[in-house]
Design a protein around this ligand. Structure first.
Ligand code: ATP
Length: 305
């Protein structure tokens, strides 16, 4: 197994009397897409800034690509990509000029600029217009192109899809998928939990500076022990009144019944339901969503979209 691309060990960060991050430990690995989620003020941006070396921890250690990012080693920084929560560029420069400027800063060949503009869908016409004429989504795309300069091994994205329309969000996640296949580590902070399902391999939940959960959706589901909803459509217009699988079932329609089952009992229940296939027209399972898991780990607080 390869070494982690980032290691956060027992990290705390205090701003005056505000304890923004408290004893947080996690690792990021090659090819992983990790979602960092939490309420406003939970400490997400602080963790990202610590990984960028923009601020130093009050306690604990941060290593990115084997180095302390706060030491300011240029070689590490050039292999890090960062998209801040609110991107601000020089309004008078065009998209193309902006990207060329950042390419020089990162000592990346300026010849990559057209291809990157193309990749994020900033067509030639838009690329040669001043940034002040850009919509929020276009600025966000330019921000992403900037973050992709130099083929980063670690990409840190702070609420990257806010302000993007559904089509752009899909394009954005397609690009992340390509990067992931190439082994890039991606950490993205977000409030948009629904869109992270199936897109992040792992979810780290923080609350008031403390890490409260860390794992794949499957792992979090097992840990949370939340029930799966099982909905059954009866065959041949069978009346739910005749449904005899025991207590706990409730009628939800003319020919549909529903119950909830724990992870442990799910298979046994499905076997029971399908024992007589002639009786059943369809079975639909609804697993706990990331929203449900988030609320569970935060003790009932819902995600603020
Ligand atoms: P959001 O979802 O709103 O972006 P966040 O999870 O990114 O929130 P942080 O920006 O990391 O949260 O803030 C964590 C805590 O630290 C908050 O209480 C915030 O007010 C505080 N904080 C952040 N930066 C500073 C600073 N420079 N000086 C003082 N307090 C700060």
């Amino acid at each position: 197994m390869t070494a982690p691309t980032a290691t956060i060990s027992g990290v705390a960060k205090r701003y005056g009397i505000v304890q923004a991050v408290k004893d947080v430990t996690f690792e990021l690995n090659e090819g992983e897409t990790v979602a960092l989620v939490g309420h406003n003020g939970a400490g997400k941006t602080t963790l990202i800034k610590l990984m960028l070396g923009l601020i130093r921890p009050s306690a604990g250690n941060v290593l990115v690509l084997g180095e302390d990012p706060a030491k300011g080693d240029f070689e590490v920084r050039r292999r890090l990509g960062y998209l801040p929560e609110s991107v601000s560029f020089h309004m008078a420069l065009t998209g193309r000029e902006t990207l060329a400027f950042y390419a020089r800063l990162k000592r990346v060949e300026v010849s990559v600029v057209p291809e990157l503009l193309e990749r994020v869908g900033l067509a030639a016409v838009a690329a040669d217009r001043p940034v002040r004429t850009y919509s929020k989504g276009m600025r966000q795309r330019l921000g992403l192109a900037q973050a992709l300069l130099g083929q980063p091994r670690v990409l840190l994205l702070d609420e990257p899809t806010s302000g993007l329309d559904p089509a752009l969000r899909r394009r954005f996640y397609d690009i992340l998928g390509e990067l992931r296949s190439a082994g890039t580590t991606i950490l993205l902070s977000s409030h948009a939990l629904t869109e992270l399902e199936g897109r992040a391999n792992r979810v780290v939940i923080v609350n008031e500076g403390v890490k409260v959960a860390d794992g794949s959706l499957e792992t979090l589901r097992t840990l949370a022990h939340l029930p799966t909803r099982v909905s059954v459509k009866l065959a041949g217009g069978g009346s739910p009144v005749d449904w005899k699988f025991g207590s706990g079932w409730r009628k939800t329609g003319v020919d549909t019944v529903e119950t909830e089952v724990t992870v442990e009992d799910k298979v046994a229940l499905l076997r029971e339901v399908t024992a007589n296939p002639a009786e059943v027209a369809g079975v639909h399972l609804v697993e706990p969503t990331l929203d449900d898991l988030y609320a569970h780990f935060l003790g009932g607080r819902k995600a603020a979209e």
